[in-house]
Write a protein that binds this ligand. Structure first.
Ligand code: NDP
Length: 396
């Protein structure tokens, strides 16, 4: 029986709140807080209608540590579940340190004025979290998150050494919009326009943004799709924690239409993150673009098709070379029917709930700051099957 304080009432926040409400034997009290109270009330009303569970709502600016500390002291939650934006990771970890409460997020910290994500800022909290006897679980979404757990599971049950890892993220869905992003547009576009990077023979190799591609034939009728090499945050921890890794890469599918729009937006300066002067007012073009693009949460009823996200491993077991592909397929329409969101928010929100559940029940509980692959993958893998993200394995 625990009280979870969810921060961030966006696309992912809505799914986490629904999923926590479905597991009321663990999450006996749920509070949803965000910068905009009306977004929390709207989600709470949907959760009440779908599950009968009452969710308390609060307004908070999570950039303001004192404000969050006051909220935590008043509510006394057992866990802060951060599904606001990566900018809020450090202020929320500071608030957790001050109040002695456990912390979970789904994306690593990014400084607002530089499109750069790295774990170093959050890993720097390790000693302080350990000394305070509290825990932070980093990146409990799908990728990062489930992909890290797939790696730990493959390492535990299938390989003596994993030599090659390809994480492949396919969204074979269609929302019918000319251009929209499936999660927060600002964070999404900052990520996609960065230089690519992969790990090979102990060092990082850089590529021009989206300049490398391959075609991968996805299972269960999804078929061949073009995937682009990108840098993705879970690579940073996985190359440290997975034994014998010689190469690690991350790939994502994009449609030609998406890439054409992105190229035009970049070329005209709309993806810039530095402020420009507009009639005496400083405006960050990417933040303005976010304001005119569809909200990810609004894509729920429009999106059809499926996502397929998985890990392709090559390595050695008992002296024999083997290949393993572990993946989940998630239907946009089924996610919408269950919780009113498309599959990108769903595939992030479900693992966030599972990570929180494992922390609160003690299955994953250790003071310090941890990445997902540092825990026993088995209870997480089992929970994925039970809570809406069943996985499959193809071995060869
Ligand atoms: P949204 O933009 O839909 O939602 C973000 C929410 O955070 C908004 O409701 C916003 O409130 C709130 N917020 C922003 N700033 C503050 C603040 N200072 N204080 C309080 N609340 C704030 O994003 P998504 O739901 O799509 O994404 C949420 C997180 O999930 C992001 O960090 C994203 O990177 C991560 N993610 C992780 C994935 C994974 O697989 N690991 C995949 C997809 C997303 P308001 O609207 O009032 O401004």
């Amino acid at each position: 029986m625990a009280h979870v304080l969810i921060i961030g009432a966006g696309g992912v926040g809505s799914v986490v709140t629904h999923k926590c409400a479905q597991v009321s034997e663990v999450f006996s009290t749920i509070t949803l807080a965000s910068r905009t109270l009306t977004k929390c009330t709207a989600i709470a009303a949907q959760v009440k209608e779908r599950t009968g569970v009452t969710v308390a709502v609060e307004q908070v600016d999570a950039d303001n540590v004192a404000e969050t500390v006051a909220l935590i002291k008043r509510l006394k939650p057992d866990l802060v579940l951060n599904v606001a934006l990566p900018y809020q990771d450090l202020p929320l970890m500071d608030a957790c340190l001050e109040t002695g409460v456990d912390y979970l997020d789904t994306a690593n910290y990014e400084p607002p004025d530089e499109a750069k994500f790295e774990y170093k800022w959050q890993w720097a909290y390790r000693e302080r979290f350990t000394a305070r006897n509290i825990m932070a679980l980093l990146g409990s979404g799908f990728d990062p998150g489930v992909t890290n757990v797939f790696c730990a599971w493959a390492q535990k049950h299938h390989f003596d050494e994993i030599h090659q890892l390809d994480i492949i993220d396919c969204n074979a869905g269609d929302h019918g919009q000319a251009f929209a992003t499936n999660f927060n547009p600002e964070i999404n576009i900052r990520e996609i326009t960065q230089r690519g990077r992969y790990w090979e023979h102990g060092e990082w190799v850089e590529t021009d943004p989206l300049s490398w591609s391959m075609t991968y034939d996805f299972p269960e009728g999804i078929g061949p799709k073009k995937c682009f090499l990108m840098y993705h945050e879970e690579l940073e921890s996985l190359v440290r924690n997975i034994k014998g890794l010689k190469r690690a890469r991350f790939w994502m599918t994009f449609s030609e239409q998406y890439l054409t729009h992105l190229r035009v937006l970049e070329n005209v300066g709309m993806t810039r993150i530095d402020p420009v002067d507009y009639q005496g007012t400083p405006v960050v073009p990417l933040q303005f673009l976010k304001a005119v693009l569809p909200e990810p949460a609004s894509l729920g009823p429009l999106t059809q098709g499926r996502t397929c996200i998985g890990c392709l491993f090559k390595g050695v077991k008992d002296g024999r070379e083997k290949q393993l592909y572990v993946y989940n397929i998630c239907s946009h329409e089924e996610a919408y029917r269950e919780v009113g969101s498309q599959a990108i928010s769903y595939t992030t929100g479900v693992p966030a709930m599972i990570g929180a559940m494992l922390m609160l029940t003690g299955a994953w509980k250790r003071p310090g700051v941890w990445n997902m692959e540092e825990f026993d993958p088995d209870p997480f893998m089992e929970a994925l099957n039970r809570h809406g993200l069943p996985w499959q394995v193809i071995e060869s």
